[in-house]
Design a binder for this molecule. Structure first.
Ligand code: MN3
Length: 205
């Protein structure tokens, strides 16, 4: 099993003016790479334990040897979450979702605006570092909104994430300093709804 930093699917500056190039560069090249390095280092201490994928580690954390479980939770989580995050953003993104996911959002939350409000409330409510998530709850197939701390992944809570917002300070501090709500508002301009739709369809399979 190899853990490799996925290439960013656009230039560092592609999401400006909403997310600045320097933040994207450090976030992708340094922070994401560090999660991968730390995951590899933790797994190397337990060569007899051979995971089949990053997802499998997070879906079934209790099978991870106890002495490396916290490191795996944090760093496999960091690797998986960021791999998803880069893909659900794009240049000239934003707007409202169409397709199956657009319908499901309206069915679950009333209107797009009500959904957006709940998602934003979760993003603002994270104390310290964490993420706001939209996921498919696997047992029921329903859409669920959650705020999770650190790099905890919805995968560890019976859910498949289809969209998430990183509200760690490293995601916004250079451009927005302490103004997390401004970053949250700006982020809606870079969402890649086509990717969220694809994630939704895959989660339902
Ligand atoms: Mn991050």
């Amino acid at each position: 099993m190899k853990f490799v930093l996925p290439a960013l699917p656009y230039d560092f500056g592609a999401l400006e003016p909403y997310i600045d190039a320097r933040t994207m560069e450090i976030h992708h090249d340094k922070h994401h790479q560090a999660y991968i390095n730390n995951l590899i280092a933790a797994l190397e201490t337990r060569p007899e334990f051979q995971p089949t994928s990053t997802e499998s580690l997070l879906i079934d954390l209790p099978i991870v040897p106890e002495d490396i479980r916290t490191a795996v939770r944090n760093n496999a989580g960091g690797h998986f979450n960021h791999s998803l995050f880069w893909k659900i953003m794009k240049k000239n993104g934003g707007g409202k979702p169409n397709g199956l996911v657009g319908d499901a959002i309206k069915k679950s939350f009333g209107t797009f605006e009500e959904f957006q409000d709940l998602f934003n409330k979760n993003a603002k409510s994270v104390f310290g570092s964490g993420w706001s998530w939209l996921s498919v709850h696997n047992p029921t197939g329903k859409l669920v909104l959650t705020a999770l701390p650190n790099q905890d992944s919805p995968l560890s809570y019976d859910a498949t994430p289809i969209m998430g917002l990183d509200v760690w300070e490293h995601a916004y501090y250079l451009q927005y300093q302490n103004k997390r709500p401004d970053y949250i508002s700006a982020w809606w301009h870079v969402i890649n709804w086509d990717m969220v739709e694809e994630n939704y369809r895959m989660a339902l399979e």
